[in-house]
Design a protein around this ligand. Structure first.
Ligand code: FE2
Ligand code: FE2
Length: 382
């Protein structure tokens, strides 16, 4: 049996077989007229279809051909994709040798508890994030420039999972025990369970988004994902390890998390842009009475999580700071979407967090490996 060649377009079309049909989800392709040598191969030309009009594209429920990239209706989405590709990295590029020594010889029991549980939560969260974007959100987007950035996002979430795995392997932690921790520790389970409940409603591929109630549910679910799960929980979730980094501990792992945080900030910024466009296109308003429990549940789950991972405070960081910072970041995200601040008056109790997230400043201070943004000040932290 000869191998398929990607460069030979003169081969006759493959005959449909039960196995090839199965690979298309059981859908039998419509019968095609036999090709005549020298004829135009594309049915579109035979039927005289006009090129895609950008104005016909929509965030969801679009009717324009999903396989035509340009003309762009959302050129910013394409820019996100280009920028994400300029930010490429892998966990193998960052030295972890000092972390092995720090973990086994320098960290206190309380600090080891923080470090392990942050990793345990993040590993589970990033797989959940990958599945939500890849299986629930991406298929509902009806413009290719949106899907292409989300394809990159799916990859980045997988890369983040690789990063945690690399940290666990490097330091020599029990992978199975760490990965299973969210199933035995209620405070870790609480955040994952809440995320699953908020996201699974839109996981169905047959969700009819022309129905206004479904559309609102989808917008709310995506809001939870991009704004709270990625924009608050992830953004704030690295902070305990950054608190160690500020004292010269676990610098390799912290640098890994800085790379992940940079990606997550882009994911959040993209998601917020999509939500704003979706609301505008659809003339939709997020119901404040639906948003309030979203914020309150997220805060309660985050507070329980913080009290568990920081049951003993560590030098320079404690549970109360973690929760206060969550509220401050939540207000920032709400402003970015254009909805009311959920926690008026919340203060920025960790002014160093945004700077910590900025790799350019860190590399000089801690003399870590040079990992500049190629795009200079491309990322805004507000
Ligand atoms: Fe991620
Ligand atoms: Fe993400």
């Amino acid at each position: 049996m000869s191998a398929f060649r990607f460069d030979d377009w003169d081969l006759p079309p493959l005959q449909a077989t039960p196995s090839s049909q199965a690979s298309m989800g059981g859908i039998t392709p419509p019968a095609q007229p036999p090709a005549t040598p020298g004829s135009q191969p594309a049915n579109a030309i035979q039927r005289g279809l006009a090129p895609v009009n950008a104005a016909d594209k929509r965030i969801v429920n679009g009717k324009a051909d999903i396989n035509q990239l340009a003309p762009f209706k959302y050129p910013w989405a394409w820019e996100f994709f280009l920028r994400a590709n300029r930010n490429h990295w892998t966990p193998l590029e960052i030295g972890m040798a000092q972390d092995v020594h720090d973990y086994h010889n320098k960290l206190t029991d309380a600090e080891r508890h923080v470090f392990e549980n942050v990793l345990a939560y993040l590993t589970t969260s990033d797989i959940l994030a990958m599945r939500n974007i890849g299986l629930a959100v991406m298929e509902k987007m009806s413009a290719p420039e949106l899907q292409i950035y989300q394809a990159r996002q799916v990859y980045e979430e997988a890369l983040h999972t690789w990063t945690y795995q690399h940290c666990l392997e490097s330091i020599g932690l029990d992978q199975q025990e760490i990965y299973n921790r969210y199933r035995v520790v209620p405070e870790l389970h609480g955040k994952i369970q809440l995320a699953n409940r908020r996201l699974e409603k839109v996981l169905r591929s047959d969700l009819d988004l022309t129905d206004r109630a479904n559309l609102h549910e989808f917008a709310l679910s995506y809001f939870f994902f991009a704004v709270i799960f990625e924009g608050c929980w992830f953004y704030n979730g690295f902070t305990p390890v950054f608190a160690l980094q500020r004292r010269g501990l676990m610098k390799g792992a912290a640098e890994q998390l800085q790379y992940i945080m940079r990606d997550e900030v882009m994911h959040c910024a993209f998601g917020i842009r999509v939500i704003r466009e979706l609301l505008k296109e659809e003339g939709l308003t997020l119901d404040p009475e639906a948003l309030r429990p979203l914020w309150d549940e997220a805060e309660a789950a985050e507070a329980a999580y913080a009290r568990y991972i920081l049951r003993e405070p560590i030098l320079g960081y404690n549970a109360e700071l973690h929760v206060q910072q969550f509220r401050f970041i939540a207000n920032r995200r709400a402003r970015q979407v254009g909805v009311a601040e959920p926690f008026p008056g919340a203060e920025n109790v960790l002014p160093w967090l945004d700077e910590q997230a900025n790799l350019r400043k860190e590399k000089n201070f801690f003399e870590t490996r040079v990992t500049e943004y190629q795009t200079g000040g491309a990322l805004a932290w507000e």
